[in-house]
Design a protein around this ligand. Structure first.
Ligand code: GDP
Length: 486
């Protein structure tokens, strides 16, 4: 556990300069942004007569620490010793009408019920199937909303993405969006070339078009797996699932079922009869009925758990989705959950997190803008400026991107994470929010949904119609020379 001088000063309610001075007296030269190790923190705290224990208790509200296992190296190593293989968690993305829902249904209908006679599938936001004796978990919200909402909240849930492209339609705008989302999250992609049953199917065209987006098929010397399927007829589904297992094996996905459960909220809502209901994806450990649990800013005891077949279960291991009741409030998709040994601790942390969340709502979370870019660069938090470029026509998009890539300012790189022709849409904003990017619109505006989302998320949109002005502005911002806007 380390803190910067500034953070420590804040926790101790002292001026940073005072801490710097004290450190100096103790023989340590430090600046306000300097990280202090445990020893230095203890020295200072001892000097103020503050117990370091107290500091740790404040940090206990940081669920991340618990989510990652423990702040303690020894503990982490011990957890890893008990690691075993876990099923992959897969999302399906692609352009509208290319067959995402049909594929999700087809996989579920052909695979879930096998050996599970009598189960009535229940929509809980995710389901699990078995292929060749191995389990695979699917998040069953098609498209990239679920994916990005969760990522925007810092959750990494997906191990692999199936990109569905209709063979009779080829690469479309949302196909490209999906690729950008998966790439930004560094999630491997398997391409399912769908609708192969159609006489107009042209898989070569799909392969050709995807090459332009960096997905080159193995047949053509690349390393992306393409599987021709018909989601409607169920053709190629087995091959697709086998490829999912193959790619997962390479990823060596592991978890320890013997530790306390932890993972991420897939979806949650308020049910009139049952109260707060949340679908949790267990990512490590095992979740049991009766477990004291903190979920985002809510807490409780797991009262009942049902699986994707609507059956009551007593426990759920790694990569298993379950719907639980027993929380004191409704958490949000993408929130973390962690099980605690005793209920008192879970309640303390839950309550502390809830009040902290209230405080946070009052202060605004700071997203990157051109106005604060330089400041963030100076603080050393920014090594890369992520940019999304939208323009009226593809030629302009490319020209803009090329010019932006040429900007050179020491200390920060420009990274174009997505480009596209057409209005700025909600998906652009979600991607920007998840990747802390700014959006540049050239001769295009945000649509209504995008405008609302940008306001909600605090994502900056810069609109322009002269290329060199864009370049000038970004360059100025990177150098800290931007004129303030009035
Ligand atoms: P989504 O918007 O990506 O979820 O697409 P849907 O799954 O809703 O599919 C859109 C349309 O394409 C529906 O009418 C499906 O029946 C049809 N469709 C999906 N997969 C196939 C397929 O493999 N072959 C054919 N012929 N039609 C398909």
């Amino acid at each position: 556990e380390t803190l910067t001088v500034g953070e420590l000063a804040e926790k101790l309610h002292r001026e940073p300069a005072e801490i710097v001075k004290k450190l100096f007296m103790l023989g340590v030269m430090a600046t306000i942004n300097q990280e202090l190790d445990q020893d230095a923190i203890e020295l200072i705290c001892a000097d103020y007569g503050v117990e370091v224990e107290e500091e740790v208790r404040i940090d206990a509200t940081d669920l991340e620490n618990y989510f990652e296992g423990s702040e303690d190296e020894e503990m982490l190593a011990k957890i890893a010793e008990g690691n075993v293989e876990r099923p992959p968690v897969v999302t399906i993305m692609g352009h509208v009408d290319h067959g995402k829902t049909t594929l999700l249904d087809s996989i579920r209908n052909t695979k879930v019920t096998q050996g599970e006679a009598g189960g009535i599938t229940q929509h809980i936001g995710a389901y699990q199937i078995e292929e060749n004796g191995k389990k695979i978990t699917f998040l069953d919200t098609p498209g990239h909303e679920a994916f990005t909402t969760m990522r925007a909240r810092g959750a990494k849930v997906t191990d692999l993405t199936i990109l569905v492209v209709a063979a009779d339609d080829g690469v479309m705008p949302q196909t490209v969006e999906a690729i950008s989302h998966a790439k930004a999250a560094e999630v491997p992609i398997i391409v399912a070339v769908n609708k192969m049953d159609k006489p107009t199917a042209n898989p070569d065209r799909v392969m050709q078009e995807l090459t332009e987006h960096g997905l080159v098929s193995e047949d053509w010397g690349g390393d992306t797996i393409f599987v021709p399927i018909s989601a409607l007829k169920g053709d190629g589904i087995d091959q697709l699932l086998e490829m999912v297992l193959l790619v997962s094996e390479v990823g060596e996905l592991k978890a320890n079922p013997d530790i306390l459960g932890r993972g991420t909220v897939i979806e949650a809502e308020l049910d009139r009869g049952k109260g707060a209901v949340a679908t949790l994806l267990v990512q490590n450990g095992t979740l049991h009925v009766g477990d004291p649990i903190v979920v985002g800013n809510t807490y409780g005891r797991v009262r009942a758990m049902i699986n994707d077949l609507g059956r009551r279960v007593k426990s759920a291991g790694p990569s298993t989705p379950v719907e639980i009741t027993g929380l004191n409030g409704v958490p949000q998709a993408g929130d973390r959950f962690v099980v605690f040994e005793d209920e008192k601790k879970a309640r303390q942390i839950g309550e502390a997190r809830a009040s902290e969340a209230l405080l946070e709502q009052r202060g605004e979370t700071q997203r990157i803008t051109l106005d604060n870019l330089f400041e963030q660069m100076q603080q050393g938090d920014m090594k890369e400026l992520n940019i999304i470029v939208k323009a009226d026509v593809q030629g302009t998009v490319e020209a803009m991107a090329a010019s932006l890539m040429k900007i050179e300012v020491e200390g920060v790189n420009i990274k174009i994470i997505h480009t596209g022709a057409g209005a700025i849409n909600e998906s652009d904003i979600n991607l920007a929010a998840a990747s802390n990017a700014i959006v540049i619109g050239f001769n295009v505006r945000p649509d209504t949904n995008a405008k609302r989302a940008a306001e909600e998320e605090g994502v900056e949109i810069r609109q322009h119609n002269v290329i060199y002005k864009v370049i000038e502005e970004i360059e100025a911002a990177m150098k800290g020379l931007l004129d303030p806007e009035y």
